[in-house]
Design a protein around this ligand. Structure first.
Ligand code: AMP
Ligand code: MG
Length: 267
């Protein structure tokens, strides 16, 4: 067993009461690595069937504070899948064209098509997180977005998209270590910007914004999963297991072939 932390729709959560170092059962780095490899093999086969079936899609949403490991999760937990049936989208600061549309415009365009697995590195949730913390739009506007997001996600799920939303939960101390590691390692320094320090000062505001987003958008159709992420290997294990279990539950089927193909010999 290696389960994310879940909670009932409608209930509130306190992130300070969820341990980012939590590990279920007897897992360690070695056993986790083996299981991740096994998950990859199973998911690859199921992703092939999902693609062949061409009816439904999976959308994995990754959110988390800076350094929580969104990139690392994609790299480790999801390699080995056929790139043809995967599509990764990283959401940065909106362009001026994107800002000239409603906040879901760029998101909707990036939703995976039938047969695909889509991965969002940041998502529609930035519009109630960074936007809220920095007052980028008036409160009345970002407040209405929780409901817009729920409606949007309902539209997608009714259209055959299974949404898996992961919050990569790290501690304040772990973020300090990871930012320091980026500074200390010339190979990683490119990831660091001085803005990261300013963002870190807003940690309590971000945690509050996350708590509200997790609470208001934890729906039955698209529930939030909180991934204890201070240990990278455990984070990767939980996310790769979630993806595997999601695909197993969908149980995609290879479509029937054209009738009368048996016995045909290609000359
Ligand atoms: P990174 O993930 O490190 O490449 O950084 C992407 C940056 O884009 C982060 O600082 C996000 O907060 C920012 N970002 C993403 N979406 C939005 C948005 N809708 N509005 C403002 N900033 C955003
Ligand atoms: Mg960054």
């Amino acid at each position: 067993m290696c389960r994310p932390v879940t909670f009932k729709p409608g209930s509130k959560i306190r992130l300070s009461q969820i341990d980012p170092r939590k590990v279920d059962g007897e897992w360690d780095k070695v056993t986790a690595k083996e299981r991740i490899r096994e998950n990859t093999l199973v998911s690859r086969e199921l992703a092939y069937r999902l693609y062949a079936e061409n009816r439904r899609a999976v959308l994995l949403v990754l959110q988390g504070m800076d350094t929580s490991g969104k990139d690392g999760t994609i790299r480790t937990a999801l390699t080995g899948l056929n790139p043809q049936s995967c599509q990764i989208t990283s959401f940065k600061q909106p362009s001026s064209e994107e800002l000239d549309h409603d906040f879901l415009w760029r998101i909707h365009k990036a939703v995976p098509r039938r047969g695909e697995i889509g991965i969002f590195n940041r998502s529609q949730y930035e519009d109630v997180l960074v936007v809220r913390v920095h007052n980028l739009v008036p409160e009345i506007e970002w407040r209405s977005r929780y409901e817009r997001i729920n409606e949007f996600e309902r539209l997608l799920t009714e259209g055959g998209v299974t949404i898996v939303k992961c919050f990569l939960h790290i501690s304040y101390e772990e973020q300090r270590e990871r930012l320091q590691a980026r500074l200390d390692n010339p190979e990683k320094r490119w990831k660091f910007s001085t803005g990261d320090l300013a963002e870190r000062k807003r940690w309590p505001d971000y945690q509050a914004a996350y708590e509200e987003a997790l609470h208001r958008c934890n729906t039955t159709e698209a529930p939030w999963r909180i991934i204890p992420s201070d240990r990278k290997w455990y984070r990767n294990l939980v996310v790769s297991t979630l993806l595997r279990e999601t695909l197993e539950a969908m149980d995609p089927k290879i479509p029937p072939s054209e009738a009368g193909l048996e016995g045909i010999v290609v000359e």
